[in-house]
Design a protein around this ligand. Sequence first.
Ligand code: NDP
Ligand code: OXD
Length: 314
Amino acid sequence: MSLVLSIKGWDPEAWERRFRALDPDRLLQGVGDAGLDRAAVEYGVAWFSKPGFFATCPNLKAIFSLGAGVDHILKDPALPDVPVVRIVDPNLTMRMTEWVTLQVLLHHRQQRLLDRAQANGEWLSPDQCSADEMRVGILGLGNLGRDCAEVLARIGFKVAGWSQSKKQIAGLESFAGADELDAFLARTDILVCLLPLTDETRGILNYALFSKLAKDGPLGAPVVINAGRGGEQVEDDIIRALDDGTLHAVSLDVFQTEPLPSDNPLWRHPGVVATPHLAAESHPDYMSRNIIDQIHAFERGEPLKNRVDRATGY
Ligand code: NDP
Ligand code: OXD
């Protein structure tokens, strides 16, 4: 019985090598293989899978996302009714926490201003507050958001989080649901988005939301950092908010269109730090092991972990 790889945008060969090495006795197929045996497919492994493909595999038992996000799988209108499993892995979490911490510190310590001063040979010494005077708010307190929150709190930032359900996390103020969103925004100087893309979160990072962030913070205006999904941000609103001073700066790792076209103004806007969707890379070494371990456990009769709830979309 086989595992089938349906990968777009990443090099499938890198993944094939790892899966073969970890599970040499299992038939490994690719969606584009000539003579693909669809009846033999038990497990799908997907990154932006071919829409409609999994519906043609009659013996499919589960689909594994190669990333933490599953929006790329759930958008398939013909998705069969099998468990969809997302990645929860310490290596991925560590990478995201590195990126988020880097961006928070970069804005907090005004590094871009200092870079510009250095380029001019200017000895600039702006006012600098300490971390305990900066309020960070994290949208999404799941596997990734929670780890970022804990590390940022350890550095000294005043950290709060917003999620669907209330959390008990030491040192963190928890806000939950639509009713508490405005209060969460009003106390936030640096907003970090680590939400999954769902019907509820699409377009959430818009001008109206930016206008509700704290206006009395140390940087004079708030900062927005998004490593969730590009579909959560309204990019015209980001430019407008930067230009009229509603926002001080943004860091974006995800975009409505990826790769971000080279003529997109977000690349060159002085208020934007743009990185090419690399905040937390799904490294084939770690993720292939994670998925193969899950398949082996499942075949021993254990339940699949990190199953997606189709109703909520994450
Ligand atoms: P989780 O599913 O573990 O956490 C999602 C969090 O979002 C939960 O706290 C959940 O609340 C909250 N949430 C979801 N919908 C809502 C809503 N409508 N209102 C309020 N809170 C909501 O996801 P992960 O932390 O593992 O990953 C988050 C996202 O990060 C991924 O879906 C992906 O899009 C993105 N990502 C980006 C990467 C990159 O390189 N840029 C790499 C990896 C992931 P509750 O806890 O109450 O359920
Ligand atoms: C993910 C991603 O969802 O890389 O893991 O974006």
